[in-house]
Design a protein. Sequence first.
Length: 174
Amino acid sequence: MLYLWTALYAASILLANITLNHFIPLPIFGLLSVGTIFFAAVFTLRDKLHTYGLRAVFVAIALALIVNYLAAVYYDTPPRFIMASFLAILIGELADTAIYQRLIEKSWLTRALSSNAVSIPLDTILFTLLAFYGDMSNYDMAQIVWADIVFKTVIAGGLALLLNSYKNKKAQYA
């Protein structure tokens, strides 16, 4: 299962980066990056990797960064997007990991939701500013940040609840 979770983690980041500069205009929320839909799963998938130890988390983060760098070169992604993605992932994922580890005595769901509450806004703000500052208006960037935080939180939280529910049902029948 470790390899499956690692592959899903890296694939989610890859799909997010391939679609990062495609936007869907949404009423109330503004601009939503298509990449957000894929990236939202990253936070919870990484939290799932914690069940295999801290080494598994760091290996998955490194693998995702390498795979995404190679894909960016292949797709001729502008260097600004590569650096924005790299820094946002690195800082956001390390912050998430630190918070998750500090809450190690709590339930998996508490650790996942708490660490996501910090890493989702951090990753979103960092990436948006680094990738789009100077190319987009402050208003458009604010819309992106708002929509991304809301959708990442809903998707990541929903996935965490689903995985936790599955784990509890599996334990109940064991």
